[in-house]
Design a protein around this ligand. Structure first.
Ligand SMILES: [Zn+2]
Length: 94
């Protein structure tokens, strides 16, 4: 019984560690504004921002942990690099 508890505890700790680390990786990404300021040559207009790694404009934005997560990150569909982060206030309220 005690061993079972220990395993359960380990799983919980692992779960929270992994959540923490994805939050940390996300927090290290530049914000969309930072990205545009740092790489103005990659910004064609508000909707077309190209990847700094492969120059593709095929990017995909998604919630960090779930569809409705207010912490969004954008990844390049061509090379898989994470490009920038964004916070969406309207999702945070829900
Ligand atoms: Zn790319």
């Amino acid at each position: 019984m005690f061993q079972l508890l220990l395993i359960l505890l380990g799983a919980v700790v692992l779960f929270f560690n992994r959540r923490d680390s994805s939050q940390r990786v996300w927090a290290r990404l530049p914000t969309l504004n930072d990205y545009q300021t740092r790489y103005p040559e990659k910004t064609e207009d508000a909707n077309t921002i190209r990847c700094i790694h492969c120059d593709s404009d095929q990017t995909w934005e998604y919630g960090l942990e779930s569809l409705m997560d207010h912490r969004r990150e954008c990844v390049c569909l061509a090379c898989g690099h994470r490009l920038w982060r964004k916070e969406q206030e309207s999702l945070a309220i829900q």
